[in-house]
Design a protein around this ligand. Structure first.
Ligand code: NAD
Length: 505
């Protein structure tokens, strides 16, 4: 039914409810499993972005005044359409990103949960009310929409991360301009079209594809009141500084280098299975991936290495479309080269490469961006492969003597997105959760991604701004509080002038 939406030679923009392509720069979009370009994406210039902002600004007054329940019903309908179109959306994600189909479905499911939560907006926007804060005086706080808001999203979750942002923004009465990743824009645009089909009025959600030029046009435009960003730390820092400089509210989520601690009393079998998915799932291209295992004691390290090496031997790497594959290709050739360069650097820096995925060949897919799983031992702070985010299937073992030594390493790292501990010791787990300087913590849970009704965010250089993404924090991010204090003087309460500071007496 919706097939026509995916087939265009150039992926354009969605402005004012219309698909738009203009004579502007374009960039090829590749299928990472074949290395072939499947289509191209338009890269919006300033004028196109300004048109999208103008459309969002026109749509704002009516949408702001649309009852929250009616706004929410659009999202309820969208949820149904997303479920009905799940196979097609997952196929689009896999075709452009490379992740295996089951993982693409998983991503979409987590996105749908955010649509579901945003559809509770009437409840979330009820505000706060206090009667008789003074004689005959009532006071209440309401949460008003900001106006035109914007989102800039990364390649690694082309369906889910945009759904962290715009459904709640529009549920709160804002209009939105979304700038997806130019590397895999197909599913993002398709979902925006489904939103129109669900009844979202034209202009409430606009999509502009593009790169830095489009992003800068959003950041510099005074009509844009707030910007949500998810991507790498250098760009997050830039977006935060530039957005704030232009007077906007900004939340900018950045990169990560997540550590897992494995204690001597841990269930090693469980830790090995958990770490396989956490390190190599989606080819390591997740901001909550765990690329470092901190083993407390050499005995733990030995057991983890034995378990991981065996499990890696059973892994199937190949195109994400083939059922049974555990891991697909990296997203682009450029990223493939970068990740392989990190493996070279790890060897040069003296870490022990136990499993080398660099020679992997996938028959029939010789031009795909496939890198096999890599496993390093004796990774040490100071090495590039310890310090930097690799964003690939490269797992490192770090050896420490005590839990505290492991925690000190994590706390000293510049990133603080996610972390986890594997143990049977409740006291150790509690101490770890309490003192670790990281925003999202798992206890025997490798990827502690909060559900849609909590909020998602790291600490330190993994997030710039005050409020986390989605969940309750998103309601606050996409609204401004207004507090109204009201009295209706009647015959009984009329007073003369009062010169002292009013109190509740
Ligand atoms: P990226 O920073 O390269 O790109 C993110 C977005 O910024 C894209 O839309 C891109 O077009 C835009 N962009 C890129 N360069 C820009 C520039 N110079 N000026 C303005 N805009 C620019 O990130 P990516 O490679 O697409 O995604 C991977 C990164 O995202 C990883 O670092 C990962 O950890 C991070 N990430 C973080 C989270 C989180 O919640 N913290 C979630 C997913 C991904």
């Amino acid at each position: 039914m919706h097939n026509d939406k995916s087939v265009t030679s150039t992926i354009g923009h969605l402005i004012d409810g219309q698909l738009v392509t203009r004579a502007e720069r374009t960039q090829p979009v590749f299928n990472p499993a074949t290395g072939q370009s499947t289509t191209s994406v338009a890269l919006a210039g300033k004028a196109t972005v300004q048109d999208a902002i103008a459309s969002a600004e026109r749509a704002f007054p009516a949408w702001r005044n649309t009852p929250p329940l009616k706004r929410a019903r659009v999202l309820s309908k969208l949820k149904v359409l997303l479920e009905e179109n799940a196979d097609q959306i997952a196929a689009m994600i896999t075709a452009e990103h490379g992740k295996v189909l089951s993982d693409a479905h998983g991503e979409l499911q987590r996105g749908i949960e955010n649509v579901e939560y945003a559809s509770y907006a009437p409840e979330l926007l009820k505000g706060e009310h206090s009667r008789n804060v003074g004689p005959g005086i009532d006071s209440w706080s309401e949460f008003q929409a900001l106006g035109v808001t914007a989102g800039i999203t990364p390649f690694n979750f082309p369906a889910m991360v945009p759904l962290w942002m715009w459904p709640m923004a529009v549920a709160c009465g804002n209009t939105f301009v979304l700038k997806p990743s130019e590397r895999d824009p197909g599913s993002t645009l398709f979902i925006a079209q489904l939103a129109l089909e669900a009844g979202l009025p034209p202009g409430v959600l606009n999509v502009v594809n593009g790169d830095k030029e489009a992003v800068d046009a959003l950041l510099q435009d005074p009509r844009v009141k707030a910007v949500s960003f998810v991507g790498s730390t250098p760009i997050a820092e830039y977006i935060y500084a530039e957005g704030c400089r232009h007077g906007k509210r900004v939340q900018a989520l950045g990169g990560a280098k997540n550590h897992a601690i494995v204690m001597p009393d841990a269930d090693i079998g469980n830790a090995v299975s958990a770490m396989m998915g956490a390190a190599y799932g989606s080819c390591g291209e997740r901001c909550m991936a765990v690329p470092l295992i901190v083993c407390v004691g050499d005995e733990v390290a030995g057991k983890m290495i034995a378990g991981l090496s065996a499990a890696i031997g059973d892994m199937k790497v190949g195109p994400g479309t083939d059922e049974g594959n555990d891991m697909g290709p990296l997203v682009t050739r450029q990223h493939f080269e970068k990740v392989r360069g990190y493996v070279d650097a790890g060897v040069a820096e003296g870490a022990t490469l136990l499993v080398d995925g660099r020679g992997l060949e996938v028959p029939g897919h010789e031009d795909g961006y496939f890198l096999g799983p890599c496993l390093f031992d004796h990774v040490k702070p100071g090495m590039k492969i310890y310090q930097e985010e690799i964003f690939g299937p490269v797992l490192g073992i770090v050896r420490v003597k005590t839990l505290q030594e492991g925690m000190d390493l994590i706390n000293a790292h510049e990133y603080g997105n996610g972390t986890c501990i594997f143990t049977r010791d409740g006291e150790a787990a509690r101490y770890f959760s309490d003192h670790i300087q990281v925003g999202m913590v798992g206890v025997n849970v490798p990827l502690p991604v909060p559900v849609a009704y909590h909020s998602f965010g790291g600490w330190k250089r993994s997030l710039f701004g005050d409020l986390h993404a989605y969940g309750p924090d998103a309601v606050r991010f996409y609204t401004k509080r207004k507090t109204i204090t009201q009295r209706w003087p009647g015959a009984g309460v009329r007073e003369g002038a009062v010169f002292s500071f009013p109190s509740s007496r």
